[in-house]
Design a binder for this molecule. Sequence first.
Ligand code: ATR
Length: 292
Amino acid sequence: MSPSRQPPIDAATRLLGVIGHPVGHSLSPAMHNLALERLGLNLRYLAFDIPPEQLAHAVTGMATLGMPGFNATIPHKEALLPLMTTLSPEAERIGAVNTVLLRPDGTRMGHNTDGDGFMTALRESWPGDLSTRRVVILGAGGATRAILDALLHAGVAAITVANRTTARAGELQRRFGAFHPNVPLSAVPLDPLALPLEQCDLLVNTTSQGLHGEALDAVDLARLPKTAAVCDIVYGRETPLLRTARAHGLTAIDGLGMLIHQGARAFQLWTGETMPVEPIRLHLQRILENRP
Ligand code: ATR
């Protein structure tokens, strides 16, 4: 690792951070502090465990301390919306904020960099024309919204959202169909008969199935075209879905790239600088490999 150009902590050092509840497993401090060190910036990044009832106080406190901004994770992403002065178009459509820019004049700008992070990571592993690609998204939870918005915004050929609770997929179809009327968007149950896997170029799993090694029984990857890509937003362990995708010779993409690129976009919003992505990827991989 190259020697640090970063000034030592002094009276001019300012603070960035992530708020969550819990937040103990967040990789964001490791990611952002390495980037700050590499770029020689006089900032440090910490994780703060903030219970939901303390959120408004925490935001006021961070602004009072002169923090340039912060990240937010579960359970604060939706609750931040009414605490913002302005929202980016993405944050407004998605209905969640993961990055806040705090201005000296007291303005609080809410952004959502998750969709951008997903798209950048996807394009790294799976370049090419998106306008002919048909997508199936599994799941309809919080993580689905940013990915769905980004893929609709990118102008893919069609998207099917499949969820165990079909009504939740239907809610996403109504909400995001109104924002992006030009891309056909359908909602189906997470059922082998309803999943259009033979007509799927990109399969994205946003459900929590696989996080602890569970299989997604409804999804038979042998039905996908041989050129398809399979993406799972879980990182740090290979899910059965991605293992099977690799075994079938399909492009398999895990969630580490999305994590890094949502962070890189946030970093750019706060500092105006480009995060050094490759050393960070190696650093996070090493941390994840050593986790019990
Ligand atoms: P997040 O905000 O992290 O996306 P969430 O809102 O709890 O979390 O959503 C989790 C997703 O995983 C949902 O789509 C959920 O399906 P339901 O809406 O039917 O609950 C999905 N999920 C969780 N356990 C599942 C299981 N055993 N089989 C299939 N889908 C599952």
